[in-house]
Design a protein around this ligand. Structure first.
Ligand code: GLN
Length: 494
C-alpha cells in the first residue's frame, strides 16, 4: 500500500473519495509517525483519541457520499489557537492547564470542514521567537540535519512545531500564525510551504494575541495546492474579529497551474542586504530565472524604507504585546503564585509564569508606551510603518508580486543564536516588511544549501491577491521541483 504519510492533501482527498484507504487508516498512519518522532517535540498536547473518533465519523460520511471539503485530513494545530476543552498554552507556563471554554474561529472552521487535529503544536512562548527556543515545553527539533553533522537544528519559529510536523510527515498540513515571519521562516527552515495571508483575511478570534495589528493565521503544507485547500477553509469574514475583512473567499486551488505569462515580478534591490548567505542570494537569482522562463516579466523595484522595518517592528510588536499580555495576572487564567497582597501576587505570577524573552518584550513595550517616550518611539514607529506600507503600494504600480529570499540563513543549530537576541531578531529581516504593511507573503522550498539544508524563497503579493501568490508559487514550485526529504525520513518515502 502507498505510504500514507507521504501523500499530499490533494492526493489523500482523492484516495479517500475513491476508497483506496479509509480516514481511520490515514489518521492511524500519522499517529504512528507522530509516536515514532516524539523526539522532535512537535506537540505540547496530543489529541490522538479524539482524532481516532473523528476519523470514524469521517469514514461514515465517505461511506454515505457526504464527505466534507477536508474530511479525514490529519493536521497539527499551533497551540496558540484556543480549542474548546483542550489545553491551550501558547507554550507558556502561565497558561499551563488552561482549557478554553470556546473554539477559535479558524480551528472551528477547519473542524467544520472535516480536518482532524492530531495535537496542539509547540511554538515559541506567546509566538515570540524565531527558533522555538523560548517554548516553556522545550524546543522543537528540525527533522533536517546538515550533511555530515549530527547536531540538532532549530525548525524556525515561532510556528516551529507546526512546520516540523508537516516536514516530518507527522501531519499533512498545519496552522500557524505570523506576526513578523512565524509562518514563512519556519516553512523555509523545514523545506515546506507556508502562507501568511493579507492582514484581515483569517479571523484572529480565539487566537492568543501577541501583537494584534500584525498577527495573522495561515496554513502550512508540502505544496502550494495543499496550502490553497487549507486557506480556503481557514479564511473568511468573522463578526467576532473587528479587523476581519468582509470579502468573498475565492477557490484558491483554482490558481494552481495557471500560467504566469505576463505576470510582473518585482525584485526589490534593498533585499540584497549584507550578511545574507551567498547561497541564498544565488538561489534568489535562480528563482528569478525560473519565473522568467515560465513567462513572467521581471522588474527591478525599490522599497526604500526596508532598512527601518526591523527596528520599527521591535517597537510596535513589544508595545502591543505589553498591553495584550497584561491580562495574565493570576486572577483569571492559568498560573497563580500567591503573594502577601494583590500586587505581590501579580508580580510573583508574572515573574514565574513568563520566560525571559516574553519579559524582555513586555519591558521594552512598557517603556516605549510610557508617557515620556510614547511620541519618540511608538508614534514615530507608527509613522515609519506607514512609509513602509507606502513603499509596497508604490512598488505595486510596477509589478504584481515581489520575489525575495525568506530568511538570511538556513536553519541554525539549537542554542546557536539564543544568547544574542539581536542576531535572532535579524532572522526576520525579509519577512517583517510585509508584516508591517499587512501584505500577504508566502514561502516555498526552492533548493538545498551545500550542506543539505532547505532554502526558501518568498513571494509577497498585493492585499487580498492571494490567488496571484498561489499562481506564482505553483509556477516556481514546478520549476524548482523540490523533492528532497529530511535526512531523518530518507528511505521511508512511498
Ligand atoms: N520572530 C519574530 C518575533 O520574535 C516573529 C514572530 C512571529 O511572527 N510570531 O517577533
Amino acid at each position: 500500500m502507498t505510504n500514507l504519510t507521504h501523500l499530499t492533501i490533494r492526493a489523500a482527498l482523492d484516495g479517500l473519495e475513491k476508497k483506496d484507504f479509509t480516514a481511520t487508516e490515514l489518521v492511524d498512519a500519522h499517529i504512528a509517525a507522530a509516536e515514532a518522532a516524539r523526539g522532535l517535540n512537535c506537540f505540547i498536547t496530543e489529541t490522538f483519541d479524539a482524532a481516532r473518533e473523528q476519523a470514524k465519523a469521517a469514514d461514515e460520511r465517505y461511506a454515505k457520499g457526504e464527505a466534507l471539503p477536508l474530511d479525514g485530513i490529519p493536521v497539527a494545530m499551533k497551540d496558540l489557537f484556543c480549542t474548546e476543552g483542550v489545553q491551550t498554552t501558547a507554550a507558556s507556563k502561565i497558561l499551563e492547564g488552561f482549557k478554553p471554554p470556546y473554539e477559535s474561529t479558524v480551528s472551528g472552521q477547519m473542524k467544520r470542514d472535516g480536518a482532524i487535529t492530531l495535537g496542539k503544536a509547540n511554538l515559541d512562548e506567546f509566538a515570540m521567537g524565531s527558533s522555538n527556543g523560548t517554548s516553556a515545553f522545550g524546543g522543537v527539533v528540525n527533522p533536517w540535519k546538515r550533511k555530515g553533522d549530527n547536531r540538532d537544528l532549530v525548525p524556525g519559529g515561532s510556528s516551529g512545531g507546526s512546520a516540523a510536523a508537516v516536514a516530518a510527515r507527522i501531519a499533512m498540513g498545519a496552522t500557524g500564525t505570523d506576526t513578523g515571519g512565524s509562518i514563512r521562516q519556519p516553512a523555509a527552515f523545514c523545506g515546506i510551504t507556508g502562507i501568511k495571508p493579507t492582514y484581515g483575511r483569517c479571523s484572529r478570534f480565539g487566537v492568543i494575541a501577541f501583537a494584534s495589528s500584525l498577527d495573522q493565521p495561515g496554513p502550512f503544507g508540502r505544496t502550494a495546492e495543499d496550502c490553497a485547500l487549507l486557506l480556503k477553509s481557514m479564511a473568511g469574514y468573522d463578526a467576532k474579529d473587528s479587523t476581519s475583512v468582509n470579502a468573498p473567499v475565492p477557490d484558491y486551488a483554482a490558481s494552481i497551474g495557471q500560467s504566469v505569462k505576463g505576470l510582473k515580478v518585482g525584485v526589490p534591490k534593498e533585499y540584497r542586504v549584507e550578511g545574507t548567505n551567498e547561497e541564498i542570494i544565488a538561489l534568489w537569482d535562480k528563482g528569478v530565472e525560473m519565473l522568467k522562463d515560465a513567462g513572467a516579466e521581471i522588474v527591478d523595484v525599490s522599497l526604500p524604507h526596508t532598512k527601518y522595518a526591523l527596528q520599527t517592528y521591535y517597537v510596535i510588536a513589544p508595545a502591543e504585546c505589553s498591553s495584550n499580555l497584561a491580562r495574565y495576572d493570576g486572577v483569571r487564567f492559568g498560573l497563580r503564585v500567591e503573594g502577601d497582597n494583590l500586587i505581590d501576587t501579580y508580580e510573583n505570577t508574572r515573574a514565574q509564569g513568563f520566560g525571559a524573552e516574553v519579559r524582555r518584550r513586555i519591558l521594552i513595550g512598557t517603556y516605549v508606551l510610557s508617557a515620556g517616550y510614547y511620541d519618540a518611539y511608538y508614534n514615530q514607529a507608527r509613522r515609519v510603518r506607514k512609509l513602509i506600507w507606502q513603499d509596497f503600494i508604490d512598488a505595486y504600480k510596477q509589478c504584481d508580486v515581489l520575489l525575495t529570499p525568506t530568511a538570511p540563513t538556513p536553519a541554525f543549530a539549537i542554542g546557536e543564536n539564543l544568547q544574542d537576541p539581536v542576531t535572532m531578531y535579524l532572522n526576520d529581516i525579509f519577512t517583517i516588511p510585509a508584516s508591517m504593511a499587512g501584505m500577504p507573503g508566502m514561502s516555498l522550498p526552492v533548493g538545498l544549501s551545500a550542506d543539505g539544508l532547505p532554502l526558501g524563497l518568498q513571494l509577497i503579493g498585493q492585499p487580498f491577491a492571494e490567488e496571484t501568490l498561489f499562481k506564482a508559487a505553483s509556477a516556481l514550485e514546478k520549476a524548482a521541483n523540490f523533492t528532497d526529504l529530511p535526512q531523518t525520513l530518507m528511505g521511508k518515502a512511498a
